[in-house]
Write a protein that binds this ligand. Sequence first.
Ligand code: GLN
Length: 191
Amino acid sequence: MKIGVLGIQGDIQEHLRMIERLGHEVIWVKRPEQLEKISGLIMPGGESTTMIKLMKRFEVWEPLYQMLQNGFPVYGTCAGLVLLAYEIENYPDQDSLKALPVRVERNGYGRQVDSFEVELEIPAIGANSFNAVFIRAPIIVDWDKSVEVLSIYKNAPVLVRYGNILASSFHPELTDDVRIHRYFIDEVIKE
Ligand code: GLN
């Protein structure tokens, strides 16, 4: 199975390394035709506004939008979550792929200096304590009840699943813990 990492902007290498560690072939996705070769895609953290611009310029925005509607598996971390959300509260004009029925507040946990780490409980992956790194992370301020909440921090979901979509406001790729990536491949993609 080949897994793609959207390789346009953000912390791409860290995700590539996680997939390789799990023993899967990984493709650094920059062009629309590469989307046809993969079973699922990871959208890394970075700067969502820049990512939108470049995804449109590289012509991956529109095909990915269509694929998401048809059930293609995507895991978005941090900026990747912002790109998937139905609504962005404090930037209402910002475009999104509108695949995940949540409303997010960009940078809701504060600025770069307010970055932090917490230990999360994530029963779906058997984790009593998962080290989660938040960097200028979005807060999920509202969500449809059909969204499966896999982990909560201070009353807000921080890891969610919605059918073919997995999204986290934090960055598991910045730790050594591959369990969320494994969950994406074994549970979300293979279902
Ligand atoms: N603040 C960024 C954005 O909204 C996301 C930050 C990140 O991905 N670490 O695009």
